[in-house]
Ligand binder design. Sequence first.
Ligand SMILES: [Zn+2]
Length: 57
Amino acid sequence: MPDISHEFVCVGCADRSGPCREFETAQHWALGHSGRNPSHTTYRETIHRYWQTAMVD
Ligand SMILES: [Zn+2]
């Protein structure tokens, strides 16, 4: 089953970090993006967390 992943999307231009296994990696991308684009300061984070079901008697 895939691990949890984090992705940041810039609200200003829709550029995105891509899925990152570690939150800090996505956050680092956002900080760098704001550094290169000082007016882009708001992000939406999407977290993918997988679940698995199983039948019981
Ligand atoms: Zn942006």
